[in-house]
Design a protein around this ligand. Structure first.
Ligand code: G3P
Ligand code: CA
Length: 231
């Protein structure tokens, strides 16, 4: 079972920062999840659409400039990195699950990943592109059919299999609160990988292992791996 460092090793460093990415790698994570928004045509790594949630700034992320963002403190003196800075720092050492948030993300993503493949040596299969916005995912898949797509699901929809198939999804990503055994078994029987977020409690981790999900997102990837007995 794969343990994915959620927003980097966000239990141990400010989430979605270069420090959180470094920490995840230091802890031996083989996959990192991060959130991106589009600012002035460039992808920046931050979870919330409001700056005040995770930085000392105010206002909407997509209404900021890159220059303004670069000056903000994202915790412990960390900056809000661009996705390119994360790609450079990780340098292909682990897989990346890039969650697309907000507007215009797919258009900014495609050239950036091509550049990461040609200049930084990433392989396409190292990327897993996810979003709650399945229209955005469809755009990504249309432009890059070779990329793995993860359909984020916030609840327990009746027709999930239909949209997963339409998207050509590699995986569905379920909220731990809705990760019901029947849904997991059904998805797996359809050949979909099942990843569950955000799983930090030992009881939940062991339950997900018992249900044979393919991966969990954890803020404490080292503790999660220890609980699960996986390397
Ligand atoms: O990608 C899994 C999880 O991160 C989705 O929810 O709100 O933490 O981005 P959220
Ligand atoms: Ca996320």
């Amino acid at each position: 079972m794969l343990v994915i460092a959620h927003r980097g090793a966000s239990g141990l460093a400010p989430e979605n920062t270069l420090a959180a990415m470094s920490k995840a790698i230091e802890l031996g994570a083989c996959a990192i999840e991060l959130d991106v928004h589009c600012v002035e045509g460039e992808l920046v790594v931050i979870h919330d659409r409001w700056l005040q949630k995770h930085t000392d700034g105010h206002g909407l992320v997509h209404q900021s400039t890159l220059e303004q963002l670069a000056k903000l403190d994202a915790g412990q003196g960390q900056r809000v990195p661009t996705l390119w800075q994360v790609l450079e720092q990780v340098a292909g050492r682990c897989d990346l699950n890039i969650e697309l948030k907000g507007r215009n993300t797919s258009d900014a993503l495609i050239p950036l990943l091509s550049r990461a493949e040609s200049e930084l040596g990433y392989q396409p299969q190292q990327f897993l592109i996810s979003s709650f916005n399945h229209r955005t995912l469809a755009k990504v898949k249309q432009q890059r059919p070779d990329l793995r797509i993860g359909a984020l699901i916030a609840c327990c929809p009746l027709h999930y299999a239909q949209f997963a198939e339409e998207l050509g999804a590699f995986s569905i990503h379920l909220d731990v609160n809705f990760a019901e055994p029947e849904l997991i078994a059904d998805a797996k029987s359809r050949g979909l990988n099942v990843y569950v977020y955000t799983v930090d409690e030992p009881e939940d981790l062991l339950e997900m292992q018992r249900l044979e999900v393919d991966g969990v997102f954890s803020n404490w990837p080292d503790r999660a791996r220890e609980t699960l007995g996986v390397t």
